[in-house]
Design a binder for this molecule. Structure first.
Ligand code: AMP
Ligand code: ZN
Length: 497
């Protein structure tokens, strides 16, 4: 196996993965703020984190992976002042902030499952408030100061503040709304006091008054509590490289590691990784737009959710990825092309025991491993997976015309190698049928048996050279949104559009 190398945002270099604890990999990924649905851009972050986790497992490490749930105290921007997203949504919906958080967490977890994101630990910030207060107590004397609005972290008290962001004072901090009395523009809240005369649904007592924790604190506290410092890898979207993660690092330094960041593990994690954004030109990614791009919308329009995972894997995680419906359709077709040759392999393999090895498969597995080991080059890895899958049983049959048992055993071996590769990709390709991948919008009312029945009549008409009837049936289907695709090499037969 090739050594795994990953791009560390902290050093801006590719580095070999050397686990803190032999044989183990511990990963923390910043999770969602559950005041609304997630958009598909958010989901790119978790497909990336999951692919990383799967790669670590493929490499033989025992994985502990955390995605936290921010169910408290997150403001409408990276700022320390302003409206609280959760409270605002609760007020709009006429529900409690706790109910809102629970509802959107469940929706998030449903989307994760649809994208084959493996189960991870999902600690909630509200469950760690006591621990956050303890943490604040410990770092406050040397690193914090109190203002009327809360307890603030003085970023000049730790070495190398903002190293992760590189240009922190200009772009990064320009976005932070000013708070009266802060010593440095980049200082941030550890605790936010509830303003006098106000009450919040989510607030706690603390040595700095009643209020809620600052939003950077939860990730430091939950990461430390669940994974121990230093842990192996911390991930998030590239926006977090600018403010959230530098602040998390500063807190970690204050708590446990004081020294500078020339040794990356003083940041709390050995490697920091960031996925680039999914972008969309017309602004549909914004949660404030009417029809914003949720995974559910893709499904309602008839796309299998794993087509979206395929779309993500087609781009390297550090490249920006542009979303379009055409691109999604192409990703779906790419998935669909695999289903037929894989079904063929499965039928030839039967229940045969795989042979020990096949050079063709092994070479492709090795190339797959080399690609994925080079900072998760999924676009290349996919091509090796495809080279094996699309060959199906073809070359096996060609090379062994007179030996059916050998054909069976090699087909079984190919399936096993494909399964091994798919443990990393997470496309569930061995379990997906061509029918499941058919485009089927939610709004369509005609059922699949109805379509099949009309198609059967049409086949008869064509066999009898009754083209008038055949055309009439085709038009009838078209009227219901069913496009008949005669002679389609991919075997779609029909699609709903
Ligand atoms: P949030 O709930 O805003 O904290 O976002 C959850 C995760 O999604 C974070 O890791 C963000 O960095 C990431 N993220 C937000 N927008 C996008 C996007 N358009 N593309 C990729 N990742 C994103
Ligand atoms: Zn975080």
């Amino acid at each position: 196996m090739t050594d795994l190398r990953l791009f560390n945002s902290l050093t801006r270099k590719l580095e070999p993965f050397q686990p803190v604890h032999p044989g183990e990999a511990r990963v923390y990924s910043c999770g969602p703020t559950v005041y609304n649905y997630q958009h598909i851009g958010n989901m790119r972050a978790y497909v990336f984190a999951d692919t990383l986790g799967r790669t670590l497992q493929f490499k033989g490490y025992r994985l502990t992976h955390v995605i936290n749930i921010t169910d408290v105290g997150h403001l409408t921007s990276d700022a320390d002042a302003g409206e609280d997203k959760m409270e605002k949504m609760a007020a709009q919906a006429g529900k409690s902030a706790w109910d809102i958080a629970r509802f959107y967490q469940e929706d998030f977890e449903r989307d994760l499952a649809r994208l084959n994101v493996q189960k991870k630990a999902h600690p909630r910030a509200t469950e760690y408030v006591e621990a956050m207060i303890e943490w604040g107590r410990k770092i406050a004397p040397k690193h914090c100061y109190e203002l009327d609005s809360g307890l603030y972290f003085d970023v000049t008290t730790v070495a190398d503040y903002g190293k992760l962001a590189r240009a922190v004072t200009e772009d990064g901090e320009g976005r932070i709304e000013t708070v009266e009395g802060k010593r440095n523009a980049a200082d941030f809240a550890i605790w936010r006091k509830t303003p006098p005369g106000e009450t919040r649904q989510m607030e706690w007592d603390s040595p700095w008054g009643r209020g809620a924790p600052g939003w950077h604190l939860e990730c430091s506290v939950m990461g430390g509590a669940l994974l121990g410092f230093p842990f192996d890898i911390h991930t998030g979207g590239i926006d977090h490289r600018e403010i959230h993660h530098p602040n998390e690092i500063a807190q970690n330094q204050a708590y446990c590691c004081t020294n500078g960041l020339s040794d990356p593990q003083n940041s709390g994690a050995k490697i920091w990784m960031h996925n680039n954004f999914l972008v969309e030109r017309s602004g549909k990614m914004s949660k404030s737009s009417g029809e914003f791009l949720r995974l559910q919308l893709l499904i309602d329009k008839g796309y299998h959710p794993l087509a979206y995972r395929m779309l993500c894997l087609q781009a390297h995680y550090r490249s920006e990825l542009e979303f379009s419906w055409e691109g999604l359709q192409a990703a779906l077709v790419r998935l669909k092309r695999l289903s037929r040759p894989i079904a063929e392999l499965t039928s030839y393999a039967g229940n045969a025991t795989p042979v020990a090895a096949e050079e063709f498969s092994d070479k492709l597995l090795q190339s797959f491993d080399e690609s994925i080991s080079q900072d998760l080059k999924t676009p290349q890895a996919l091509t090796f997976f495809e080279a094996l899958a699309l060959n199906g049983a073809k070359s096996v049959l060609l090379n062994n015309p007179d030996y059916p048992e050998i054909v069976e055993a090699i087909c079984a071996y190919r399936l096993r190698v494909l399964e091994e590769m798919d443990r990393v990709l997470g496309l569930d390709i061995l379990g997906l049928s061509a029918e499941e991948l058919r485009i089927r919008p939610k709004a369509a009312t005609i059922t699949e048996p109805e379509i099949e029945a009309i198609l059967a009549q049409r086949k008869e008409a064509r066999a009898a050279k009754d083209f008038a009837t055949s055309d009439r049936l085709r038009d009838e289907l078209a009227g219901q949104g069913v496009e008949v695709m005669d002679g389609d090499p991919l075997g779609w037969d029909w699609k709903l559009g």
